[in-house]
Every structure is written in C-alpha cells, then in structure tokens.
Design a protein around this ligand. Structure first.
Ligand code: SAM
Length: 202
C-alpha cells in the first residue's frame, strides 16, 4: 500500500481508536508499562495520545511522532486535556533522525505491526536512547496457539488492508533479534500482546 494511502487510512481511524482506547485491558497494560516513564520521552506512532493519561505530567517532556495529521491533531487535544508537555512531529517513523543518546525513555505501543522495517526502528531506538534509559513496548502479534496463529496468517492480507498493519508478526522474536536488551517481558492473550521493558545494549 502506498504511504499516502496508508496515511489517509489512519486519518480515518481516529474515531475508531477513540472507542478502542476505552478497552480496560489496554488501559491496564498501558498503566503497567508506563508507570516509570519519566524525563525526555520519545513516543513514536503516538496515535490519538492514548498513553498521555498514564504519563506523570510533572516529570515528562514528550516528543510525539506520527505520520497521520488527523492523529496528531487528536493527540494535541489529549495532551492539552491531560496537561502533558509535548511537541509534535508529523513524520514517517522510518525517516526520523535524532542525535545518539537524545532520550531518557522511548515508547512504542501498537506500532511495530505497521512499519515496513520494525527492526531498523528498534535499532534506532537503541541509538537514540541514553545508555541508562528505558525502551517501553506494547505490541500485538502472532499467537502461540497454533489454531489462532494459523487463522492470523490466513487473515493477514485482509487485516493489513482493513487496519493498515500486520497481525502475524512475531513481536517477541523481532525485539529479541534487534540491538535492544530485554530486561523484562510479559505476554497476554496467548502471546498476541507483548509488554517489553528494554534498554540499549551498545
Ligand atoms: C495502531 S495505532 C497505535 C497508536 C498508539 N500508539 C496507541 O497505542 O494507541 C498506530 C499509529 O502509528 C502511526 N503510524 C503507522 N505507521 C507509521 C509510520 N511509518 N510513521 C509514523 N507513524 C506511523 C499511525 O498513524 C497510528 O497513529
């Protein structure tokens, strides 16, 4: 799918994401993941700003990136609602460039499913994050249940067309094969959801 078409698709998903955000499981996992997210934070694929309510507004500055202008618009409103000190970049995550060691914390939730080259972005996180910083990931991917994973593989082309992302990526494996060092991980819903606390390795 061409990038412009994909951006338009995400633009149209704003309302749907606002509904999905009320999901109590997602809320619980976001709260768990972001409990200690502090300092100068980079959040890539910020969407409507669903993580903003979970940041400590006294102690964060967020650089929020998304390539969808409608998502950015909605995230700006969420930042205002929750008094989060944030700046916004409407950019493709794969074209970002920051100095090494720029951030205390890098956050990605439900985004690695969409990038053409997720490992490259994770390796950039490794570079952009301070050596004593944290990379926090909540991603969805393939189930460890064989019947479910079979269905996910079959459904993937349709899923990509409808949602704009893949449902059959092995997220844990992708992160394990990146430069990041996994400090702690957990998975839910037969491995469909992965929560990962990582740090830069090199
Ligand atoms: C499934 S949503 C997740 C949003 C948010 N992180 C959350 O947890 O609710 C994926 C987001 O990533 C953005 N996105 C997808 N591919 C991107 C890319 N290549 N560069 C920047 N943003 C991208 C989409 O516009 C969308 O807002």
């Amino acid at each position: 799918m061409k990038k412009e078409k994909l951006i338009r698709k995400y633009d149209k998903h704003v309302k749907m994401y606002k509904n999905i955000c009320n999901n109590r499981h997602l809320e619980r996992w976001r709260r768990l993941l972001l409990a200690n997210a502090n300092g100068n934070i980079l959040e890539v694929g910020v969407g409507i700003g669903a993580n903003f309510p979970h940041y400590n507004k006294e102690n964060v500055h967020v650089t929020a990136v998304d390539f969808s202008p409608e998502m950015i618009k909605s995230a700006k409103q969420t930042a205002a609602d929750y008094q989060i000190d944030a700046e916004f970049l409407q950019k493709d995550a794969e074209e970002l460039d920051f100095e090494a060691n720029s951030f205390d914390c890098i956050v990605s939730t439900l985004t690695m499913c969409g990038y053409p080259h997720p490992t490259r972005i994770l390796n950039q996180f490794n570079r952009w994050c301070r050596k004593d910083g944290t990379i926090l990931l909540m991603e969805h991917g393939i189930s460890s249940n064989s019947a479910l994973s079979f269905a996910q593989r079959i459904a993937d082309p349709l899923f990509k067309k409808a949602a704009g992302c893949h449902c059959d990526r092995n997220m844990m494996k992708i992160v394990e094969e990146s430069d990041l060092k996994i400090d702690y991980k957990n998975s839910y819903w037969t491995g469909i959801i992965s929560l990962i606390w990582a740090s830069p390795s090199k």
